[in-house]
Design a protein around this ligand. Sequence first.
Ligand SMILES: Cc1cc2nc3c(=O)[nH]c(=O)nc-3n(C[C@H](O)[C@H](O)[C@H](O)COP(=O)(O)OP(=O)(O)OC[C@H]3O[C@@H](n4cnc5c(N)ncnc54)[C@H](O)[C@@H]3O)c2cc1C
Length: 496
Amino acid sequence: MPTLSSVLTADPFSIAKATTNIDVLVVGSGTAGVTTAIELAQQGLSVVMLEAGPFVLPSHVGSTPFRSRSDITPQIHNLVRYRTAWSDREHYQEDVAPPLNNDAWSAVGGRTLFWGGCTPRFSQWDFADWPFSYDEFEPYYVKAEKLMHVSGRSERRPPFFRGKAQDTLLERFDRAGIGAEHALLGVDTQEPRNGYIPRGFDCAIDRLLRSGLLSREVTRGRIVLVPDTVAEEIDHNGREVTGLIAKGTQDDRRFRIAARHYALAAGAIQSTRLALASNLKDLHPHVGTHIADHLFIQGLFKLKEPLNEPIYAFVPPTQDRPFHIQIQGPFAETWYSPYHATVWLDCDPQGLYLLAYCFGVGDAAETNEVKLTRGQSDGPDSLGKYVVLNDRTPNDLRILDEMQAFLPEVAKGMEADLVRSQVNAPGAALHEIGGLRMSEEPGVGVTDTFGRFWSLPNLSVADSAVWPSQGSANSYLTITAWSLRHAQGVLAHLAD
Ligand SMILES: Cc1cc2nc3c(=O)[nH]c(=O)nc-3n(C[C@H](O)[C@H](O)[C@H](O)COP(=O)(O)OP(=O)(O)OC[C@H]3O[C@@H](n4cnc5c(N)ncnc54)[C@H](O)[C@@H]3O)c2cc1C
């Protein structure tokens, strides 16, 4: 019997035949890929989107009945999750496979099926070493927040948690001189009315399905989604990309797809890995370098008295304090797990424990790089064949110390105790950036200020691989905003 996927998606071989009609070939169907594809199709372009993973869910797991099934949700993760390696240089040996110590996801919708929903913006000062300012970027934030239905920024979409306990907690922070706010969340809080039903969590595949642009044939103004298909190599002649070699994950056949333009939206690490596997480092030495992930400390606070209601507070960064803290709960004693990132929906109002996630700006040092390996991961085809080499810099260690010192202060301000905290390894935050960094100067950056390769103008990057640095803010919103700006660059290029 045919599956739901067969109603919505196309097979790679039929697409390879339509190759002369493809305007833009997008690699990856997370928020970077889908946001780009929708923007371009809305302007009349024909778009094909390759996705290495399978079709498993039509929306975020937190918007489905699986939301609170802690027995089933990890099994859904396991359908599309694979193990990867991050290492420091001291423990890495070229000829020994590094231990698999981190997770990656490969599915239609990418990580947007499982993300935790926290959507702060970067701060003004985070753009200091970007080739454009916050003010120039802000319209993309506004548009991204609108299409993601972010709550907490407008009267129409008030903060998700707005009970008495939330007010009490924010007042306690205020009295302690620690500014705290409602957490901005990518969950629709607009009330149902006149046929409008709130959208739940933002999720790329949900947005794509609702867009009405999905088609099973290559046509102007439409998007064809090709799942279970890995982009293996980008071919070029030194002046432009001439085609992309892809392979279905279900068999060993390879095929070539040609398009007018190619957009990488595979996530920072995978877009970089694909560029390295295509020998693009020969074009610029910074292909693969300047990787960073957030410095990530998780903690557990114990309240003296129950709050009796759920809360989600956000202690923002300052220019002198390059980290923020997300505080959620209350729970019976618990601990962070990426397989239940929406645990804050499942509070125990009588519980005394609050979870804290503290994210700090990691150094995008030139020596932090993606290296290809022969591969030992259980990921689809070539996807797992890399290691990320990431050493903590003196600046990272200083910020980590400051983050650790701040947590007891925060506990005191909330009238709670810090009972446990843990510094997580690089990569654990899942907020990677870099590898194909942009610059306004061709010699300096791999890509230009719209994410196009300086040396291959019909190849561009829609995800955080181009970012020169990160703010403390979780990356989803800024990736979505960036991919909107990136799409403007693709349109301008194709109009030339
Ligand atoms: C558990 C969890 C909780 C999170 N919580 C938050 C949060 O609260 N707030 C926040 O801002 N962020 C959060 N994040 C991070 C956020 O989800 C990611 O930063 C964001 O979704 C990345 O989007 P992307 O489109 O760049 O990449 P992805 O979502 O990773 O999508 C890339 C897709 O490309 C595909 N792909 C890769 N290589 C190839 C190839 N060669 N050929 C074909 N396809 C390929 C992959 O299979 C994948 O599906 C969380 C992530 C996780 C996993």
